[in-house]
Design a binder for this molecule. Structure first.
Ligand code: SF4
Length: 511
């Protein structure tokens, strides 16, 4: 018997690398002398379904989608899984149950990482309870926060916020912050958190074969963008010492047989504290000079700042330390709209960031939001023009900028709550705000998608574009795969897209 089995439920975006959250918890629990094991149910789900039967996987994936987190929809979403798909899912459940039986834990901790994960949690947890009535069930993770009452009622413990202290309290039979409705407290000193323990996973099973791991340098954010819910999980910005983060990279590289050499920061942004980032880079450079075979690369999210905030020396340091890719929250080409979003990034800072990264071969992914409620056609065209302006960058050898296009999502954040009276839902459950209707958002997204493909960017309308290889008939592919209702009213969508193309040509005399 073990004390705790930790696992993560689908859908956790991909199976490129093992989950960081439960790996940290595994290390915390072991450090306190408990006997624990981490396993990855999400990986089993991908291996058994995605790799073996893509069509079934897609239908189950769609079934897991719970829609926006701010709930005012007109009709409940149907959550019925067809008979054969249900059988396939039950086979996965049987594999998971066998694993639980094998380890015979006192507690099982499920990470419910996304809102998608709530659907399998609601289905699987009652089965576990029935089969193993003596095992105590814990759930935690970002996905547990919205629409959670039903989930909370079926488990022994639910944890809101960070799990490191809560899991120890639970294993010791105590109540504590974050547990079962007791207000969470954020950890002040992140340097007390041990390095994640990835040793329980079969790292060779992941797409990156264990060559890429996640690392956490900070939690929370220094900004408060109107569309973002990071502050709900981590109200305060907290960070680890740069030296310790660099030492963690070296530790993972030197102790794991697969020698991971790519590290993906889980941070909301890696430049929230420049002093920490500089120390991290300097220590990493020092470790590399002492260990010539240690040549790690890293990727992380980034907010564009002024040259005073991120100096030329900082850019040089980043490149020397091994910065591979920055995920930049561009959001919109319109400075006015970025201010309305509370992003507060000036045009000149954005250009500075893009050009300095490009000059050092630091790859980029630009996150873009389409259909923020105050976005006009003119704001949208500024995004199109921004991406047109930098299309030449894709000509460089071994360098391609990836653009991720996201429809504005109604998370339950203060801005959305404050505008509740102005946000409505149409008969198909699509939200609208004045004339920002679903059809208009899709017209803009597809218009931009086609442009960026034409201009040589790597692409992605997040989640919708996953696994599409042929873009020649984009609407047809999306309609057949996800149902034509993703465009709203398709005829209206087509009309708005034609209007948009016409207006763009008129304004810019451009084909
Ligand atoms: S900078 Fe990024 S993480 Fe921070 S609030 Fe804005 S969107 Fe969220």
């Amino acid at each position: 018997m073990i004390d705790l089995l930790l696992t993560i439920l689908p859908r956790y975006t991909s199976y490129s690398d093992p989950p960081a959250g439960i790996s940290i918890l595994n290390a915390v629990v072991k450090k306190e002398g408990f006997n624990s094991k981490a396993t990855d149910f999400n990986l089993i789900f991908y291996k058994e379904l995605f790799e073996k039967n893509r069509a079934v996987w897609e239908r189950i994936d769609k079934w897991m989608d719970r829609g926006p987190t701010a709930k005012k929809e007109k009709k409940p979403r149907e959550k019925v899984l067809a008979g054969d798909d249900r059988k396939e899912l039950n086979k996965i459940f049987d594999i998971w149950l066998d694993i639980i039986e094998k380890y015979n834990p006192r507690f099982v901790g499920f990470s419910v990482f996304t809102t998608y994960s709530i659907t399998p949690a609601l289905e699987f947890i009652p089965i576990v309870k029935k089969r193993f009535p003596n095992i105590k069930i814990i759930v935690g993770g970002a996905g547990t926060t919205p629409h959670n009452k039903k989930l909370y009622d079926m488990v022994d413990y639910y944890v809101i916020g960070e799990g490191e202290n809560a899991i120890i309290d639970i294993l010791n039979g105590k109540d504590g912050p974050g547990i079962n409705g007791i207000p969470a407290e954020q950890i002040d000193d992140m340097d007390t958190i041990p390095f994640p323990d990835y040793s329980d996973f079969s790292l060779s099973q992941y797409i990156c074969k264990g060559k890429m791991l996640r690392v956490t340098g900070s939690r929370g954010c220094v900004r408060r963008c109107n569309f973002c819910d990071v502050y709900k999980m981590w109200p305060l910005f907290r960070y680890r010492s740069g030296n310790l983060i660099a030492e963690e990279l070296f530790y993972q590289w030197s102790t794991l047989p697969c020698k991971p050499d790519m590290f993906l920061f889980t941070d909301s942004l890696i430049n929230g504290n420049m002093k920490m980032l500089r120390t991290f880079c300097e220590k990493l450079i020092q470790l590399q000079s002492e260990n010539p075979e240690f040549r790690p690369k890293f990727k992380g999210q980034w907010i564009a700042g002024s040259p005073r905030f991120t100096t030329i020396d900082d850019w040089n340091l980043l490149a020397e330390a091994g910065c591979d890719t920055l995920f930049v929250g561009v959001e919109s080409g319109s400075e006015k709209l970025r201010w309305a979003m509370n992003k507060k990034v000036k045009d000149e800072w954005l250009s500075y960031c893009i050009e300095e990264a490009y000059n050092r071969d630091i790859k980029m992914r630009w996150f873009t939001i389409i259909g923020f409620p105050e976005e006009t056609d003119e704001d949208f065209f500024e995004t199109v023009k921004l991406y047109e302006r930098y299309k030449w960058m894709n000509q460089k050898e071994n360098f391609q900028i990836n653009i991720s296009i996201n429809e504005f999502t109604l998370y339950e954040v203060d801005w959305v709550i404050d505008h509740e009276d102005e946000i409505h839902y149409d008969d198909n459950n699509n939200w609208f705000y004045e004339d920002i209707i679903k059809e208009k958002r899709m017209a803009r997204a597809i218009f931009l998608q086609k442009k960026i493909l034409e201009w040589g960017y790597d692409y992605r309308i997040t989640s919708l574009m996953n696994f599409i290889e042929d873009f020649s008939e984009l609407e047809k592919i999306l309609g057949e795969r996800y149902g034509w209702e993703i465009f709203g009213n398709y005829d209206l969508y087509l009309k708005l897209k034609n209007d948009l193309e016409k207006k763009y040509k008129e304004m810019y005399n451009n084909d």
